[in-house]
Write a protein that binds this ligand. Structure first.
Ligand code: FRU
Length: 486
């Protein structure tokens, strides 16, 4: 039996290797940026309670994206203005003029939310001490359309045109707008993109970034924009478009959007700004919840967790470009205990001689003559969460109808499916389990499903099942409980 850390933490379902606030409410990640050896993670936070409200920016820093040190609130809820979602960048050339002593300032751009009447505008704050203290720009707001639904700025430096670009949404119009700036203070409208893809709910939290196409010298731009309702499993989800961006205008290669994640709990993802060039990677993380039931999830004294940070790539599959996501490589060196099985045949059910609620599972399946097969995690006498592959229906799914606590909201229980990506003779599944969440990466991250699940503390078993027979040429399970995280 793999023992875990403090019982008091376990009974509240606090994850071991996923980020949570020390207490109270958390939603979107904000201001993800790297500076001077530190990754910064800000987040939508209510310091007063465990449900949404009084929104300010919580803050933490890390040297490896896994162990986080909590810092004081960075941007407060002040003067009736809540600090909604936004981003942070390093202003290397001090274009804003807020730098001091030759050091580049950190600049945050976020939405100011006024409630009576509702107005959302874009605001700037800066820090000259590695994000430890923040000053609100005296000339705020820096961008104001006098509209109620105008939010979530994401800013980056566009080197070919030598300017800053902001993507921001007019949420109820289902529109991403692009603005340009030379100093992060004055913003000029450049273009708009919208009314395509999923429009079942308002648009939120856009991100725009360039990725190289694996195995080629080409690049493409990915525009991600979330939809608060109408996702593939109901409720909130992220969609993305692939295309070109010339510094002013985004032109999609094709008008259809694709889902970023087929689970029910991946929202408001944002990429890190200013990762060192030698890392040669783009990393994002999202909020692991869904606005349908985010306020009701049965955890305490914290509510809301982030996904594991994920590396992004574009790959061509059967002639089509697709966004792939894989857990950051830092995760591979974290655990001390592991179980490896080779050439393991499974008929019916195999309970594995390793258990726990915080696991990193890498499994390969040869499908022999199976109709359906997969894993049951967080399993006990009464509960389990199924990660299954059904070959007749050509789908991969997460079924959490018997996961444990499911009755806190009628939208929570369910069996969530995704189209099964094509595979040769081996199908690979990587599954990250962390007490109250299950992240599934199919075929190297071509399809991803992220789901919350709230088992009993005794639901620690892990099983492989098959209707018919499968063989696992390789199975590795790593225990993540021993990882001591802040
Ligand atoms: C997305 C979102 C954003 C907004 C923030 C408020 O989850 O609704 O659009 O800025 O959360 O907390």
């Amino acid at each position: 039996m793999i023992t875990s850390g403090a019982i008091s933490l376990q009974t509240t379902m606090r994850p071991v290797y996923h980020f949570t606030a020390p207490q109270n409410w958390l939603n979107d990640p904000n201001g993800l940026v790297y500076l001077g050896g530190e990754y910064h993670l800000f987040y939508q936070h209510n310091s007063q309670g465990d449900t949404w409200g009084n929104i300010c920016w919580g803050h933490a820093v890390s040297r490896d994206l896994l162990h986080w040190e909590h810092l004081p609130i960075a941007i407060p809820y002040a003067d009736g203005v809540m600090a909604f979602s936004g981003c942070a960048v390093v202003d290397w050339n001090n274009t804003s003029g807020f730098g001091r002593d030759g050091q580049p300032p950190l600049i945050a751009l976020f939405t100011g939310h006024h409630s009576d009447p509702v107005i959302q505008d874009q605001r700037l704050a800066y820090s000259t001490d590695q994000g430890r203290t923040w000053t609100l720009y005296a000339g705020n707001p820096v961008l104001d359309l006098n509209e109620a639904d105008f939010r979530d700025p994401k800013v980056f430096w566009h080197a070919p045109t030598g300017r800053w670009v902001m993507a921001v949404v007019r949420s109820d119009a289902h529109q991403v707008q692009f603005y340009i700036s030379s100093d992060l203070i004055g913003w000029t409208f450049a273009s708009a993109f919208g009314s395509v893809g999923a429009t079942g709910g308002v648009w939120e939290v856009p991100d725009l970034f360039e990725l190289s196409v694996a195995g080629t010298s080409e690049t493409r731009w990915v525009l991600k924009v979330d939809v608060i309702e109408g996702g593939p499993q109901g409720g909130s989800a992220g969609q993305y478009f692939i295309g070109q961006f010339d510094g002013k205008r985004f032109i999609p290669d094709f008008p259809e959007a694709r889902w970023v994640d087929y689970g029910k709990d991946f929202y408001a993802a944002a990429t890190f700004a200013d990762l060192p060039a030698e890392q040669r990677r783009t990393v994002w993380l999202g909020w692991m919840s869904n606005w349908q039931y985010a306020r009701q999830t049965p955890t305490s004294p914290w509510r809301g967790a982030m996904t594991v940070p994920r590396e992004l790539s574009l790959r061509r599959v059967d002639g089509e470009l697709k966004l792939f996501q894989t857990p950051i490589r830092e995760l591979d060196t974290q655990s001390r205990e592991r179980l490896t099985l080779e050439r393991q045949p499974v008929q019916d059910t195999l309970r594995l001689p390793m258990q726990g609620q915080a696991l990193d599972i890498q499994a390969e399946f040869v499908t022999d003559q199976a109709r359906e097969f997969g894993l049951k995690v967080l399993a006990g006498p009464h509960h389990h969460t199924v990660i299954g592959v059904n070959l007749e229906r050509n789908e991969v799914f997460v079924d959490r109808r018997r996961a444990g606590r499911v009755d806190f909201d009628l939208h929570f229980p369910g069996r969530h499916t995704a189209p099964l990506p094509p595979f040769g003779d081996r199908l690979s599944l990587r599954v990250l389990v962390d007490r109250c969440s299950v992240e599934v990466f199919v075929q190297g991250g071509e399809t991803v499903l992220t789901s919350l699940a709230f088992p009993e503390t005794t639901d620690t078993f892990l099983e492989i099942y098959a209707e018919g027979q499968v063989t696992l040429p390789e199975l590795t399970i790593r225990a993540m409980d021993k990882v001591t995280l802040a």
